[in-house]
Design a protein around this ligand. Structure first.
Ligand SMILES: O=c1[nH]cnc2c1ncn2[C@@H]1O[C@H](CO)[C@@H](O)[C@H]1O
Ligand SMILES: [Zn+2]
Length: 363
């Protein structure tokens, strides 16, 4: 008999996380501790439980812009080398304890320079935090591989500089590039120079698109900028027509996304909070998975969404009746889409992911 799917058993399944923001995943207790140390007095609550509640309630805003306002508090305490190392190390340990075997953790270096830390020192601190967290996880009996993605903010004008930082650190654990922030009014083509540079350097990048804005943003990200993956991409459903009688018709962009196996980094709870989806049960992930788009499951911001990979997968299995085969499919989709060399992806699929789900299917 296969093992029953519960939050406890899903926690033991190997999981892959491609889209997790470092400044969206702090432990509430760490946020309080770091704020006390630096004398930051603006935190909206002073106990970990109350603070966790404040974040998930405030992030439940129906608007990406308001959702993003909550990051002021986490960024305030992430301005020194020590705090960046601690937050990153705890992030890696928390993911490992949740059964994540491979993670790409993203952050925007330009948001961590308020106290004069140079951009490359920000990156070095986070890489040191990854190493410390991986070692601590290993000591606790969890094997995890983690890389980082550097994000440029789409309203700002530092994307070329951040892209160059990616290339400078590409052999030290930086796997790729991303742009994030408010989407409406800030099309990805504003950063074309950065994307063209990365393409010439044979580098990988993903673009937040189709979350706070619709199809034009997805189209630009793919056809002008050449994104390898889409952050969320939820609004691709606007290009899919469901006809009475069950026939499904893909528009040209949706067909392109499916035919080219463009990975969609979806984060169900975050998408509901920002209004990109109406509920988990009605989340486009159900339709897109049934149509065999290259869908992946992600956390986006564990603090703001009060979630983990386990809770997201548990919610999806409850909403859509997913079993181990489906959770393995999401996980293999993510591993295939990782910005990691092909041989390493294959090894994780064959040596870690498939045996893990086989064990759960056998019971
Ligand atoms: O879902 C999202 N959509 C767009 N931008 C985001 C999302 N989550 C976080 N950030 C933005 O990315 C920055 C670097 O991590 C965060 O500070 C936040 O402004
Ligand atoms: Zn995101």
């Amino acid at each position: 008999m296969p093992t029953a799917l519960t939050a406890e058993t899903i926690a033991t399944a190997p999981k892959v996380l491609l889209h997790d923001h470092l400044d969206g995943g702090l432990r509430p207790a760490t946020l309080i501790d770091l704020a006390e140390r630096i004398g930051y007095r603006e935190l909206p609550a002073d106990t970990p439980a109350a603070l966790a509640r404040w974040f998930s309630e405030s992030a439940y805003s129906g608007s990406l812009e308001r959702y993003l306002e909550t990051f002021t508090h986490t960024l305030a305490v992430m301005q020194t080398r020590e705090s960046l190392i601690r937050v990153t190390s705890e992030c890696v340990q928390d993911l490992a304890a949740d059964g994540v075997v491979y993670a790409e953790i993203r952050f925007a270096p330009e948001l961590h320079t308020e106290q004069g830390l140079p951009l490359d020192d920000v990156v070095r601190a986070v890489l040191d935090g990854v190493a410390a967290g991986t070692a601590a996880a290993q000591a606790a009996g969890h094997r995890i591989r983690a890389t980082i993605l550097l994000t440029a903010m789409r309203h700002a004008a530092r994307s070329r500089e951040i892209a160059e930082l990616c290339i400078a650190f590409r052999d030290q654990g930086v796997a790729g590039f991303d742009i994030a922030g408010a989407e409406a009014g800030f099309p990805p083509t504003r950063h074309l120079d950065a994307f063209e540079y990365l393409r010439r350097e044979n580098a990988h990048f993903t673009i937040h698109a189709g979350e706070g804005f619709g199809l034009p943003s997805i189209w630009e990200a793919l056809q002008w900028c050449g994104a390898d993956r889409l952050g969320h991409g939820v609004r691709i459903v606007d290009d899919i027509t469901l006809h009475p009688g069950g026939r499904v018709e893909l528009g040209r962009l949706a067909a392109y996304v499916r035919d080219k196996r463009i990975p969609l980094e979806m984060a169900p709870t975050s998408n509901v909070q920002t209004g990109a989806a109406t509920s988990i049960a009605e989340h486009p992930i159900g339709l897109l998975a049934s149509l065999k788009f290259r869908v992946t499951v992600n956390t986006d911001n564990r603090l703001m969404s009060g979630c983990s990979m386990t809770s997201e997968m548990t919610a999806l299995s409850e909403a859509f009746g997913y079993g181990w085969d489906d959770l393995q499919w999401f996980t293999v989709n993510a591993m295939k889409s990782a910005f990691l060399p092909f041989d390493e992806r294959l090894a994780l699929i064959n040596e870690v992911i498939k045996p893990g789900y086989d064990r759960l299917r056998r019971g």
